[in-house]
Design a protein around this ligand. Sequence first.
Ligand code: GRF
Length: 221
Amino acid sequence: MIKKLVLLISGRGSNLQSILRACQTGQIIDTKIAAVISNRAAAPGLVVAQAAGIPTEVIDHRAFPSRAEFDIALQQQIDQYAPDLVVLAGFMRQLTDAFVEHYPGRLVNIHPSLLPAFPGLHTHARAIAQGVCWHGASVHFVIPELDAGPVIIQAAVPVHTSDDPAKLGARVLAAEHEIYPQALSALLSGRCKLEEGRVYWSDPIPSCANTAINPVVITPS
Ligand code: GRF
């Protein structure tokens, strides 16, 4: 049976592109992107989706009097596609607890830092300002707390003294494009599972060309 993803975006859509490529090339098998939903009509990622023949929807958050009402509309739209996973791919909206709790174990996000370091915005500038040696990206299950929740996979990249936020951001983004398809492939095939609030991988993760580390493989006892 073909599994279905619904992707939520707000902008560029480069993670959408990496996930789409993974579905097309067989890195992610037996899976289709059922829809891409954006809260911004001008999101360039919508064009990427349309070019690939993926249904797109725009639900403009500004048309709703409250965050809760926007989230209800978003949830109704998503549920029409009955997705196996709801994938946040640069979706720049904080979600209500009710929305998050509607998708237990089915809502995932990518964040451009090594969580729990640097939740929130401007992560690359903050990493440089803090003088950290390593920065990176995390794919994680979404919980009501912002940029928290069980980590599925992380990739670390070095921070160079010559970095500015753009240079460091480009290095992190290349890592994002590797780890999001890996995480989705593993979740969809059951090689990676959420059990009692922790993530377990049943086999080693393929190493990432652009990244320095991969998570430890833990098997539940
Ligand atoms: C990525 O850096 C992602 O980690 C963050 O938003 C950005 C989205 O980029 N959540 P794109 O739209 O996928 O190119």
